[in-house]
Write a protein that binds this ligand. Structure first.
Ligand SMILES: Nc1nc2c(ncn2[C@@H]2O[C@H](COP(=O)(O)OP(=O)(O)OP(=O)(O)O)[C@@H](O)[C@H]2O)c(=O)[nH]1
Length: 673
């Protein structure tokens, strides 16, 4: 077997990252749980991103992780919008933990929110040199909800308006899991969904599945370590401006490479010394491709890709080049300058990468730039870009080359493009990914970027990812829920709002079920309840946590309604019974024989419902004062009479049930998830 090429080797040193995307409720967490169960001896770390105010998924995923250290949560925000900086922090956190435990992470799965646009998330792995130097995007997997896809595609957004998340998620996917095929009415409906997917993305592999059934899941080997992501495909088929993603010029710090000096504040990772370790080593960066990357010689870290292709250097301080570097160029400039410095230190004939020679190294752009030879520098930058084994470096070098060309030739200067570039190990990389005998990624990246520069040198206007009309309401409440009331609450809510409530989910404690922890999951009107894999732990306070995600949510009404679902003890002398047919509870006073369908006491002294907080209830809702004794309350003769009448005529019960309805099929405790 042929020895792997150095660039391949470098790529394999990087930890593969799988981005798990798919619309709200499509089945991402179900897939993740399957992956974690089927992973065997491989060590997989998880980064969870939840849109909702309360993080439910982390609790459900954590049960399947061997160690809770393997899970990092990015809460209450969408990873593609507000949290991109946090992506880097999350990866740093995983490294910190794995180093602390002395174990290697074989792969990382990043589950985005169901409302995430995967493009900027994927872009981060190319734009951020620290990430690019140690992680490679293995694939983007999109889980599609076969039942609701058409509805999500037709969300009324104009093609030129804000992005449709469901479309973006499918378009960027390398692998599409068409899930919930059991919920699609017939073959025609399935065919319609399939052709809609293919119209958006005709090159991704599509696997039909039913992820909540053991027999309906795709084999594990189709999911991870499959190296499916191709920048070239994205540039050619999905988004020619992918590598010009939206924060180059907008002043965001999200895409900034880690600092060239320890003084750069935006990359100070808070809190941990180990994080600062990353910072420190980042600051003193030891390798040419990723001046920002930790030293390859540092314990527990991996060598950066270009290190294997080029010369290690002693410092990565930014060069005093005569050309102003944009933020995106910093890594390449620093890399090139560092290489130049090493060479300078080595002196002519001193064993530098380019060997002896009085002139500037023709393969070192900064060396050439430093002595003012723009032609040589531009050529060298192009060569370096073609040889760079990660996209971020290639991209930065190409931009640098353009800048150098522009410096000499004015704004119209185009990247020079020789036919073939000498490559590491004498391998020649033609300027067409299709011609490249190895079909290697660096050719694809370099070519893609060149094509992109030629096609459209200007950035398009950024398309909005507009979530302004979508919100989430998170509610936490202590104390077990009253099963019947909760069923009523959900049933009435969904009867009215199912279209707008994209997603609801929660973990519940229910009166009468001991330590059983219930999970409830809703996607539009499809809702199911069932026991979680693990009961409430003895040391765990059973706090109900639910989250609603949707359009035009009435926060106050949702919280108020949920509050009435909390079970409270009956006053002395009252017993609760259940109608065997409807499961509706009724109450009988032991001494007087009085019977009522209305709960004798409405007070909820133990309810602690909060809004917005993720971990701890921070704000108590005002408590209502309610009569404490059944005789004091307004059960009233009419209600009592109606209750009695209902004994003979069950239909009449509808008039006195709290929600005026009867429990639905699939109600809590009667259906399983
Ligand atoms: N009928 C059916 N239900 C499924 C299938 N796969 C998953 N589900 C259910 O769909 C619901 C949502 O699944 P999740 O895995 O939580 O979906 P998700 O994409 O992670 O949801 P968000 O993170 O909220 O976007 C759960 O109740 C799952 O049990 C399937 O193949 N068929």
């Amino acid at each position: 077997m042929a020895a792997p090429k150095s660039s391949d080797h470098a790529a394999h040193q990087k930890t593969p990252v799988t981005i798990l995307t798919g619309f709200l409720g499509a089945g991402k967490t179900t897939l993740l749980n399957y992956i974690l169960k089927a992973k065997g001896s491989r060590s997989i770390a998880v980064i969870e991103n939840e849109f909702g105010e309360v993080n439910i998924d982390s609790a459900l995923v954590a049960d399947n992780l061997l160690a809770k250290e393997d899970l990092v949560s990015l809460e209450n925000g969408c990873v593609c919008c507000s949290l991109r900086k946090d992506i880097v922090k999350a990866f740093a956190e995983i490294e910190r933990r794995s180093r602390h435990q002395g174990k290697r992470v074989d792969a990382i799965v990043l589950e985005t929110t169901g409302l995430a646009d995967p493009a900027p998330v994927a872009f981060t792995f190319f734009a951020n040199p620290w990430l690019a130097s140690r992680y490679r995007l293995d694939s983007i997997i999109c889980v599609v909800d076969a039942r609701y896809l058409m509805q999500h595609l037709e969300d009324g957004k104009h093609p030129e308006g804000p992005i449709n998340e469901a479309v973006q998620q499918i378009a960027f996917a390398d692998l599409i899991l068409l899930n919930k095929v059991d919920l699609v009415a017939d073959e025609d409906a399935k065919r319609q969904v399939l052709s809609a997917i293919k119209r958006i993305n005709n090159s991704a592999r599509i696997i039909e599945c039913q992820l909540n059934q053991e027999t309906g899941r795709p084999p594990m080997e189709t999911l991870l370590f499959n190296n499916l992501f191709s920048v070239n495909r994205v540039l050619e088929q999905v988004d020619p401006q992918f590598l010009d993603s939206d924060s180059d010029d907008d002043g965001d710090d999200d895409q900034l490479p880690p600092p060239q000096s320890a003084a750069s504040p935006e990359w100070q990772l808070p809190g941990h010394q180990a994080d600062r370790d990353i910072m420190d080593r980042t600051a003193s960066g030891a390798h040419a491709s990723s001046s920002a990357g930790p030293s390859a010689s540092a314990p527990g870290t991996r060598p950066t890709s270009v290190t294997e292709a080029g010369a290690p250097v002693t410092t990565a301080a930014a060069p005093s080049t005569t050309l102003a570097a944009g933020r995106e160029d910093r890594a390449a400039l620093a890399a090139a300058a560092a290489a130049a410095r090493t060479e300078a230190q080595a002196g002519p004939g001193g064993g530098g990468a380019s060997g002896a020679g009085a002139g500037p190294d023709s393969s070192n752009p900064s060396a050439a730039a430093l002595i003012g030879d723009a032609d040589a520098a531009a050529g060298a930058a192009t060569t370096a870009a073609a040889a760079a084994s990660d996209a971020a470096t290639a991209r930065a070098l190409l931009k640098y080359q353009q800048r150098l060309s522009g410096h000499k030739h004015g704004r119209d200067g185009q990247p020079s493009s020789g036919g073939h570039h000498p490559h590491k190990g004498g391998h020649h990389h033609p300027h067409s990914a299709l011609e490249c005998e190895d079909n290697c990624e660096e050719c694809k990246v370099a070519v893609g970027m060149k094509a992109q520069a030629e096609r459209n040198p200007k950035r398009r206007a950024k398309r909005l990812h507009d979530l302004s009309d979508i919100s989430s309401v998170g509610i936490m409440a202590r104390g077990p829920l009253d099963e019947y009331r909760f069923n009523m609450y959900m049933r009435d809510l969904l009867a009215e709002k199912a279209q707008d409530i994209f997603r609801c989910k929660g973990v519940l404690s229910v009166h009468g079920y001991g330590s059983t922890k219930f999970v409830f999951q809703g996607v539009h009107e499809t809702i199911c309840y069932g026991p979680a894999e693990q009961p409430w732990r003895p040391d765990e306070a059973p706090v109900n946590q639910v989250v609603f995600i949707g359009r035009g949510l009435d926060r106050k009404a949702l919280i108020e309604g949920f509050r009435t679902c909390v079970w409270v003890p009956l006053p002395d002398g009252w017993d609760e019974f259940r109608d065997p047919a409807t499961k509706q509870p009724y109450y009988v006073h032991r001494a007087s024989g009085e019977k009522t369908w209305t709960r004798p006491e409405f007070a909820c002294p133990r309810v602690v419902a909060t809004q917005g907080a993720t971990m701890q209830p921070s704000k108590l809702l005002p408590r209502r004062q309610h009569p404490q004794h059944p005789q004091e309350q307004a059960v009233g003769a009419a209600a009592a009479g109606a209750a009695q009448q209902q004994q003979q005529d069950p239909a009449a019960a509808l008039a006195v049930t709290p929600a005026g309805t009867v429990p639905s099929a699939g109600a809590l405790g009667t259906a399983s998830n």
